[in-house]
Design a protein around this ligand. Sequence first.
Ligand SMILES: C[S@@+](CC[C@H](N)C(=O)[O-])C[C@H]1O[C@@H](n2cnc3c(N)ncnc32)[C@H](O)[C@@H]1O
Length: 205
Amino acid sequence: MSQADRDKWNARYLAGAYEERTHPSALLEHWAGRLQVTGLVPKAIDLACGSGRNALFLARRGWRVDAVDISPVALARLRAAAEAENLPVNCVERDLEPASSALDGFANRNYDLALSMRYTDVPLVGALPRVITPGGHLIAEMHLITEKTVAGPRNPRFRVTPGELRKAGAALELLYYHEGLVTDPDGRTVALAQLVGRQPRTPTG
Ligand SMILES: C[S@@+](CC[C@H](N)C(=O)[O-])C[C@H]1O[C@@H](n2cnc3c(N)ncnc32)[C@H](O)[C@@H]1O
């Protein structure tokens, strides 16, 4: 586990990071009701879930969610919120780097939906089809390199280049792809690459 990453994110959450950002991703909100799921209780995995705005959104709509993050502080906040509403969110503390071992222990083809929201790990997106059920979906959103003044990370290491996310999701059927400026529900402008993909009925990987 990268202790430095863990400490950095714990410190941010202890300082109140994202406390006001309780709204789910607009991309997820738009797509959640459009996804076809087979089981009675659909299952999602939310990678680098933070304090769980998206995991909670799904759980309130009847999803069972495995929520994974490196920060125990963020996970404690999510766990408390889920317990207060009696929601089926299973919090998993895990370092998602390297991507090659990030999904060890999660069953293959198990999830109707995998989420990777605003966590810049392109190889992880490439690895995610392994855990998505045939016909299941991936929704991914990453900060995009831009010359405009936008919210989000200043360090370009935490932003993707044009086309990078699309390429990472190439094993999936592409349902939606967008790169550009987006206004978040809180009014902030962000530059994003957004992808919605579907696992083929007969996956290749
Ligand atoms: C910008 S926040 C996004 C949180 C959430 N996905 C959202 O959209 O609100 C990035 C998250 O990535 C997590 N993170 C950073 N490095 C990580 C790693 N190596 N493994 C797992 N999680 C990590 C942080 O703890 C943080 O919660």
